[in-house]
Design a protein around this ligand. Structure first.
Ligand code: SF4
Length: 311
């Protein structure tokens, strides 16, 4: 398989066929981000021949004669291959609609049972497509794309150089709604800086409440020395929020979201993992957060963050 550098995928894509169609990020400017720093280039599009070779390899491995025989001998049901594909890279949705359609067609050729395709996307990747192109992509199977919006707080987005404003989140996700492409959000607690967490969560909830994500996945900021954000801290331009403040921020977000949505704080950046459906699971989530806030000291939580190798 043509995998380049560390491969990142959302937790809920664990069962999807991971297919590299891009490597790296076209933006590469968010101050906190070091995710694709291990690549020798900022962004690269995979050649179609490499994508096809990977599909052939997976087909042989998952549905080829040897696999069929092994399954038969073990009394296991035969598989028609993956039901969903997740395109790898920071923002494959930036690719032109024609290329994304071509990739979906190739996936379908090798795996006719693969009905939907997901990937990471930036808000600006949607801006670059017409409504007609989005509708074509929905017909091609694109659905459940994951957008790392990080926040709905304009000041935080601007300082971190995310490259879009809160209003863009509303406008562009409306276009996805219109086209019938479902989406998930990633939220990043802590990017407003010390003393601003709760207000930032309130502002974010106000924006998210005007959108229709299927889930909001919350991660917590970890500052790495290689990041531009670390330099801002050294220069005295920004102060990192404490761990309890970040938890209070997440609590405020859970409290204020009034859309039906799955809220999840999964993955290593969260000292404690939780997931629930809003609004019905709100009280449970809030009491779980209250428990963590009461049970752990700032020093405990800080120790946890300091030993994180990445994210
Ligand atoms: S956070 Fe996402 S969009 Fe920003 S630089 Fe990192 S990968 Fe690119």
């Amino acid at each position: 398989m043509h995998f380049t550098g560390t491969i990142w995928r959302p937790p809920y894509e664990w069962d999807s066929l991971l297919l590299e169609v891009t490597a790296g990020c076209t933006h590469h400017r968010c101050k906190f981000c070091t995710l694709y720093d291990d690549l020798p280039f900022p962004f690269r599009m995979s050649p179609l021949e490499d994508i096809e070779a990977d599909l052939r390899e997976v087909q042989l491995f998952q549905t080829g004669p040897m696999e069929r025989l092994t399954r038969q001998m073990q009394g296991l049901p035969q598989t028609e291959g993956p039901r969903r594909a997740f395109l790898v890279g920071a923002n494959p949705f930036v690719l032109k609609a024609d290329r994304l359609e071509r990739i979906a067609e190739m996936i379908q050729t090798y795996f006719p049972g693969c009905k939907t395709v997901g990937c990471f996307a930036r808000i600006t990747d949607i801006t670059g497509k017409t409504d007609d192109e989005l509708a074509r992509l929905a017909r091609a199977g694109y659905d459940g794309i994951t957008i790392g919006v990080e926040s709905g707080d304009g000041d935080a987005l601007a300082f971190m150089d995310k490259g879009y404003a809160p209003e863009d989140i509303i406008a562009q996700t409306r276009r996805l709604d219109g086209a019938g492409i479902g989406y998930h959000f990633f939220y990043l607690a802590g990017i407003a800086g010390a003393g601003k967490g709760r207000e930032s969560a309130r502002r974010s909830a106000e924006i998210f409440n005007q959108t229709h994500p299927r889930r909001v996945g919350s991660s917590m900021l970890t500052v790495f020395p290689e990041s531009r954000l670390y330099q801002e801290i050294q220069a005295g331009n920004w102060r990192e929020a404490g761990e309890k403040e970040k938890l209070e921020e997440v609590r405020t977000l859970v409290e204020r979201l009034d859309i039906p949505v799955i809220f999840a704080a999964l993955g290593a950046s969260n000292a404690v993992n939780m997931e629930g459906r809003l609004p019905e699971g709100r009280e449970k989530l809030l009491s779980a957060l209250d428990e963590v806030i009461a049970q752990y000291s700032e020093a405990d939580l800080r120790r946890y963050r300091e030993q994180l190798p990445h994210l």
